[in-house]
Structure formats: structure tokens, C-alpha cells
Design a protein around this ligand. Structure first.
Ligand code: SF4
Length: 398
């Protein structure tokens, strides 16, 4: 008898999440399927029209409409395949994904759930509809976080979750306020596997909400854990260790002299990405950032002192942001540019689902503030999609 088809809908944007769930499936389970990668713009695979097939999606907000169109094309082409969707959009706003017509939708971390689901699906006992997984429960050490099936070795996830509660951010709520770390044993095994798969590889990058919080309680750096991590990576011969650069940025209150003295000799990255968000203490309080302007200034100065290029995230147009707050932000950026030659990564506030500010609107951005941001962009010291996101959600919701 033919095996059922497991069609994996791969785009550049979902290789990390698909890799995580496929990597969580034991090979013996996947052997029950004919595995069919369906990559980017390639046509609908013929296997989708065959009797028993399951298409796996992982969706992010910007791709929702494209996925809706594709489901309609599948339907129009007479596809008999069942469909399952997970990913950040299904987690943050599950109804927006359910209403597209998927047979199964997974809200939440899916490493524990997906292998179980596949086993049930094989014997026709998978329950249709929305399934919500327990938040903050997945043990990172049980899973490799990648799969060769998607053809991508992602930045290695060393920590998941966050103990802070910034109003614009969904991470704490999505992970029930937990912060979980991958063990050194698990990290070492994955790094060795990366080098086995690609022996010419030099650079290892990491994924974490706050890279310098590795091994900590999430509130203060754990110097011993950071040292153990970096020593292990050096011992096993990682040629280039990149920590604190995208996608593992850091918080200003974790950039201390002790942390910098410890990490600097090990790191190959020249840039460290840090979330500072605003220059106004008033706005930092409203954002519930848990640090002040002075922390940011000290951290930026320290990054420079230790030879790193600070690349700083800022957000403008936050809820209840006053003109004074915005002018303070511009003054702060100008001061940091002059004193420390920072680079700026600029965002405009968007009310993301599953965040405390999900129902808030952008504050209008003062014309003079926009002008200054454009000048900095032209000067080559500011990047980011800030201007594209002005009014973004109001337009999207109609
Ligand atoms: S922005 Fe960073 S520090 Fe704040 S809640 Fe999100 S992950 Fe945590």
C-alpha cells in the first residue's frame, strides 16, 4: 500500500518553525510518510491530489492573505489533501488562521504536540479544529530545533521565553512568563551535528530573546553559565561564535562591565544588537521595560568601549506617546550617534496580537520627527521598515 503524503509547505520565512516541529518527529514516525517538500513559488505538487495527503503550514501575519489565496487554489484544483497550520500567527491569533479553512490549527509551541498529532492522523484519530498546547512547557533539550528536511540549519535556540513584560511584545504571554534554557550538552550535540552536515561551516549564531541572559533567572546575568557556554563552544572548535547579534539581541541592563569582560574575547561578531526602544524615561515606564534611560546610555558606552558596533532598536508611535516623548527620542538618538556612532534600527509601533497593547493604536508621528528619521536614513545610519508600518494595522483591518 502507498504511504500517505506529508507535504511540507516551505518558505524562507517558516524554515525555523518547520524545522523545529519536523526535527521533533522521530525518524520511525516520518518513515510512515512519503515526504514532499513544496518550496516557495513551485506549483502545487501532484501528491496533493492523491488520496491520502496532509499539507503542513507554518504562518506569520504578513503571509496570511497569500496563504488564503493558496488554500483556495488547492480547493479549486480539487485537492483532497487535509491541511494543518501552526506558527506565530496561529499562536497569537488562532481564529484568523482557523477561519481560512484549515482542517487542523495548532496554537502554541508544537514540538510535543506535532509528533503525537501525526501518529493520530495516520490512524485516522486526529481531532479536527483548533488545538491549544500548554504554554511554557516544551523542554528544549528534548528536541534538536532543526530538520534537514527543510534544508536550513537555523541559529541555534539557546533560550526561549522572557521574564520581563514589555507592553508591545508577545513573548512573555506566549510562553506563560517562563524562560527556559537549552543545556550545554544539547547545544554541543547540535553544534557538532551542524559541522557534520556542513563541514565547511564557520559561524554559529544563536536565537534567544536576550542572549546575555543564557542560563540565568532572566532578571540578572549568570556569568558562570555564560562562561561555560562560551568555553564549551571554544573547546569544540567553533571558528566564529556570534552571540548578541541578530537574532539574539540583548537588553541594556544585561550589558554590564562584568558581562562584557567575559564575552568580548570569545566573540567574532563586531556588532551587538540591543533593544533600547526609546530615549524617554516616561515612555520606558509606560512600556514597562524595567530599565531606565541611564541603563541604555551605560550599555551603549560599554559596547563601544569593548570594540562593538552598537545597533540599537527603537520604536516610535507608541500608544500614549506625546510630542515631548518623540522629541526626546530624537534628541537621544542624535546624542548617541554623536558620542558613540551607534546604528539605529527603527520601528513604528504596531499593535501585535497577544501583547498587552494589542488593542492600542499608533500615536501620530510628528512631521519633524519623520523628517529627522528620513535624514538619518539618507545619512546611512538608520535602517528598518518604520515608514512602511505607519498606519499599517488600521489599513489591514480596514
Ligand atoms: S521586548 Fe525583549 S525584554 Fe521585553 S518582553 Fe519582549 S523579549 Fe522580553
Amino acid at each position: 500500500m502507498n504511504k500517505p503524503n506529508l507535504i511540507i509547505r516551505i518558505h524562507n520565512y517558516n524554515k525555523v518553525s518547520l524545522g523545529a516541529i519536523l526535527g521533533a518527529c522521530p525518524p520511525a514516525l516520518l518513515n510512515n510518510f512519503t515526504l514532499v517538500p513544496w518550496v516557495s513559488d513551485s506549483p502545487i505538487p501532484v501528491e496533493a491530489a492523491q488520496a491520502r495527503a496532509l499539507i503542513v503550514y507554518s504562518i506569520m501575519l504578513p503571509h496570511l492573505q497569500q496563504v488564503a489565496k493558496e488554500l483556495k487554489q488547492l480547493h479549486d484544483a480539487g485537492s483532497a489533501a487535509e491541511t494543518i497550520a501552526g506558527g506565530s500567527q496561529a499562536t497569537a491569533a488562532p481564529n484568523s488562521v482557523s477561519e481560512l479553512g484549515f482542517d487542523y490549527v495548532v496554537c502554541g509551541e508544537a514540538e510535543d504536540y506535532f509528533p503525537q498529532f501525526l501518529g493520530d492522523w495516520l490512524v485516522n484519530s486526529a481531532r479536527k479544529g483548533l488545538h491549544t498546547t500548554s504554554r511554557g512547557k516544551v523542554d528544549l533539550n528534548l528536541y534538536p530545533g532543526f530538520s534537514e528536511l527543510v534544508g536550513y540549519l537555523p541559529p541555534l535556540e539557546i533560550s526561549r521565553g522572557c521574564k520581563f513584560g514589555c507592553m508591545f511584545c508577545g513573548v512573555p504571554r506566549l510562553h506563560a512568563g517562563t524562560l527556559r534554557h537549552r543545556s550545554l550538552t544539547s547545544i554541543e550535540a547540535i553544534v557538532k551535528e551542524y559541522f557534520r552536515i556542513k563541514p565547511t561551516r564557520k559561524r554559529i549564531k544563536f536565537l534567544a530573546s536576550n542572549a546575555f541572559a543564557y542560563g540565568s533567572d532572566g532578571r540578572q546575568p549568570n556569568l558562570a553559565a555564560l562562561k561555560d557556554l562560551l568555553e564549551m563552544l571554544k573547546r569544540i572548535g567553533v571558528p566564529e561564535i556570534h552571540l548578541g547579534s541578530f537574532p539574539s539581541e540583548v537588553r541594556p541592563d544585561f550589558v554590564t562591565p562584568e558581562v562584557m569582560q567575559l564575552v568580548a574575547p570569545y566573540l567574532s561578531n563586531k556588532t551587538i544588537v540591543m533593544g533600547v526602544q526609546t530615549g524617554s524615561d516616561n515612555m520606558l515606564k509606560k512600556m514597562n521595560r524595567g530599565h531606565g534611560r541611564e541603563h541604555s546610555v551605560r550599555a551603549i558606552a560599554l559596547l563601544r568601549e569593548f570594540g562593538f558596533q552598537p545597533h540599537i532598536d527603537f520604536i516610535v508611535g507608541n500608544p500614549d506617546e506625546t510630542e515631548d516623548d518623540q522629541f526626546e527620542l530624537i534628541d537621544f538618538m542624535d546624542e548617541m550617534l554623536e558620542k558613540y556612532q551607534v546604528r539605529i534600527h527603527m520601528h513604528t509601533f504596531v499593535p501585535l496580537p497577544a501583547t498587552p497593547w494589542e488593542n492600542k493604536l499608533q500615536s501620530p508621528i510628528h512631521e519633524k520627527v519623520k523628517q529627522r528619521l528620513r535624514e538619518l536614513e539618507r545619512a546611512g545610519v538608520l535602517d528598518g521598515w518604520w515608514e512602511n508600518h505607519i498606519g499599517y494595522f488600521r489599513t489591514a483591518k480596514g
